[in-house]
Design a protein around this ligand. Structure first.
Ligand code: AMP
Length: 281
């Protein structure tokens, strides 16, 4: 992979890169399409990164569909698929970790200690291997995208980090490889995340600016769904990820909830535009 990347750079056509954990769906493919529109060649990676799973999480049962994924990427026009083994990425004696301080221990990082250390470490390694001009990430994982942008800035990385919109099912559920774990009842219940965020979107459209009122109303909607257990629900500054009391600049409503054994995350992007706030699911 390094040889291919070096060659492409030498020929003046550095790659676009889409890192994934596989079990590909339309959310992943939207990143591939965005990369195809801007870069040639496009490299995708599939690596279920053990370092970002905690003890008792779903590393073993995480869906693995490599053959189908390979066909899908090839049909979309991806030139290279990088799918390393864990032992190749973390050989015996591996001991260097990247940690984005502060941003990594809030929200998702508080519920999943060490998760983001695993994410930023593997993403830095992948960026070093693939040497892309642009790397594409989904806003579905908004905190992750924010950390990776911070890492790229702090470490003077050559790759531009591009964050793409959330792709949703027709009923609003954000696409995720983990949706496959949901029972039919849980799958129906899971739409509550989208409904909760959408209620905030509408309230903001009607002029609501108070973060506590917005989060209280969102929480109430999730509480109405007996199969959902909220892990966190916060309205934060998109830059610092610190909670805000009133909407300002760019904010994110971030939430995580469990449906049985399955944990799902979703978010709403709230941007200030000429004094008005525009909320995007
Ligand atoms: P994963 O395979 O879950 O690690 O995701 C790989 C990349 O795809 C990450 O940048 C995710 O944010 C992105 N992604 C996952 N689901 C979606 C979605 N529904 N919409 C947009 N991007 C997504």
């Amino acid at each position: 992979m390094k040889q291919v990347a070096r060659q492409a750079r030498a020929e003046g056509r550095p790659a676009g890169f889409v890192p994934t954990m596989g079990a590909l769906h339309e959310g992943h493919m939207s990143l591939v399409h965005a990369a195809m529109a801007e870069c040639q060649p496009v490299v995708a990676s599939i690596f279920v990164n053990p370092a970002q799973f905690g003890p008792g999480e779903d590393l073993q049962k995480y869906p693995r569909t490599l053959d189908a994924d390979r066909v899908r990427l090839e049909e979309a026009g991806v030139s290279y698929l990088f799918a390393p083994e864990a032992a190749e990425m973390y050989p015996q004696g591996f001991r260097t970790w990247v940690n984005v301080e502060g941003l990594s221990d809030r929200l998702e990082g508080r519920v999943r200690p060490g998760h983001f250390r695993g994410v930023t470490t593997v993403v830095l390694k992948l960026l070093e291997i693939v040497q892309p001009q642009k790397a594409f990430f989904g806003r579905k994982d908004a905190q992750q995208a924010r950390l990776i942008q911070q890492m790229a800035r702090d470490l003077h990385l050559d790759s531009e980090i591009i964050v793409c919109p959330i792709v949703r099912e027709p009923d609003g559920l954000a696409m995720s490889s983990r949706n496959a774990y949901l029972s039919p009842d849980e799958r129906r219940a899971a739409t509550v995340l989208h409904r909760s965020l959408d209620s905030a979107r509408r309230a903001i459209e009607h002029g609501e600016r108070d973060a506590l009122r917005l989060t209280a109303a969102m929480r109430e909607i999730i509480r109405g769904e007996p199969l959902a257990q909220t892990d966190y629900l916060e309205l934060v500054d998109a830059e610092t990820l610190e909670p805000v009391t009133r909407l300002r600049r760019t904010c994110l409503a971030l939430l995580a909830a469990r449906f049985g054994a399955t944990r799902l995350i979703d978010n709403l992007l709230i941007e200030e535009r000429e004094g008005a706030f525009l909320a995007t699911l």
